[in-house]
Write a protein that binds this ligand. Sequence first.
Ligand code: MN
Ligand code: MN
Length: 271
Amino acid sequence: MFKHIKDMEYTVHVDRPDPRFAVLLLEQFGGPHGELKAALQYISHSLGCNDPKIRDLLQDIAAEEMSHLEMVGECIAMLIGPTDTISRDFPAMHLALVGGGPLLKDSGGAPWTAQYINSTGDLITDLSSNAAAELRAKLIYERLLQQTDDAGVKDMIRFLLSREESHNFSFMQAIETLAGSGVMKDFRDSDFSKKYMNLSTGQGDSRGPWNQGNEFQYETNPNQQYGGPAQYGKDPQPAGNREVTPGYNDHARNNPNYNQPKPPSPQTPQH
Ligand code: MN
Ligand code: MN
């Protein structure tokens, strides 16, 4: 159930209209890393999530992202100001023509699309996507901060930027609690799961935790070892017992039989 409360998460103040910055701020209203994308992506994930704790996390943050959409939209409307004062050479006349409210478009005028939503049904994959989405949102707010001198707008952006940092941290921590589950349950029992192919050769070949330690094997000249006819994939049998075959069933990812936890039983009235 959704219920709207007229109090805003943060009360928006704008010093003066600034249609130019209103257009830039549209990026976070109807853009690919914006607030609507975040809200709808997390809601989508929560509806397929059978882990009650992660479901709660996703729903808490999704609801907050709707609150951010509201704040950003209010701010855009204030920044556009009275439409009859917008200059005729203003670069985004569509904002003047629709009467001053924000449009679900990005700062370049491209309409919002559901293709911005990434959803797989695997919790670790989806939470990783969410953590990255929060970083992208933070980055855009940092860049927007450079484009305005309005103290009120800057303060709102700093608030939003801090909230996206907090969300990123929560998603990263949630991923830690799921280590070894879902898509990360195991590596495919194949040599190739932990092999690093040095395929860009020459000066600058570098080593780091991405290609050494953790049982990683470093193939210095993979072309010498693996060139020629394909050697991989000849075995028709599954490489591991979690490989997707007919009859594969993974309830850890998306359980349609998820039941909402029962609420605590009501207290007996006191007489
Ligand atoms: Mn947000
Ligand atoms: Mn966020």
